[in-house]
Design a protein around this ligand. Sequence first.
Ligand code: HPA
Length: 270
Amino acid sequence: MLEKIKATANYIKERINASPEIGIILGTGLGGLVNEIEIIDSIPYIEIPNFPISTVDGHAGRLIYGKLGEKEVLAMQGRFHYYEGYSMQEVTFPVRVLKYVGISHLFVSNATGGLNPNFKVGDIMVITDHINFFPEHPLRGKNNKELGTRFPDMSKCYDKRLQNKAKLIASEHGLNIKEGIYVGVSGPTFETPAEYKMFRILGADVVGMSTVPEVIVARHMDLKVFGVSIITDSGVPGEIVEISHEEVQKVAMKAEPKMTLLMKKMIESL
Ligand code: HPA
């Protein structure tokens, strides 16, 4: 795997002739950040050697290299979800590659169901910690020491300094942000009311179907991580209504300007 990671990273480095320090996974709610990036190059995933093949209808995905303010960034437009059938190695491969291109920071976003009764649909939440509820671990198998240690520490998964910076930026710009714990599940079903209740009892504030594998791998390689969730629907007893992917997208679109502003200011201030 290491050879593949290095080969893919080399392909990207040679193509962009740069080594940006900031990686971004443009999950749900962060699509708008693309419009803020001064795009220098955009590489369709299909052209990147060893990248997983995208299965999503039409949305092939691309890696964007560009500038956000003064900062050079590499942004993944389109991520690989476990529920699509990718292996954990495939889901997390791009994060490995970004590390070998040279990033030191990873910014991620996602859509979630809210479990904390103080959260409203449309809120955004800075992730302070996570619970891994995926049925398979991305680091299971032989460990390559060059990538990271066999038993990675997870006590400081989401960078505290970046979280504090987010709070500062939010107060400066009048953004109301929550903070809390993300539980990552495989999906693709949304939760039953009993499952939402269980995840709340287990200590989570939101539930979603991504992020945790990528963050585990990022921390394995000692990247600094910052993550934000959009609460697109409620899993709070008494507030649960029927939902769909379309509804999730619609709510996420509405919250996008808040999310985009926060991420943009965060990255510019590094
Ligand atoms: N559950 C899991 N994943 C999600 C949800 C949810 O309610 N909403 C958006 N992604």
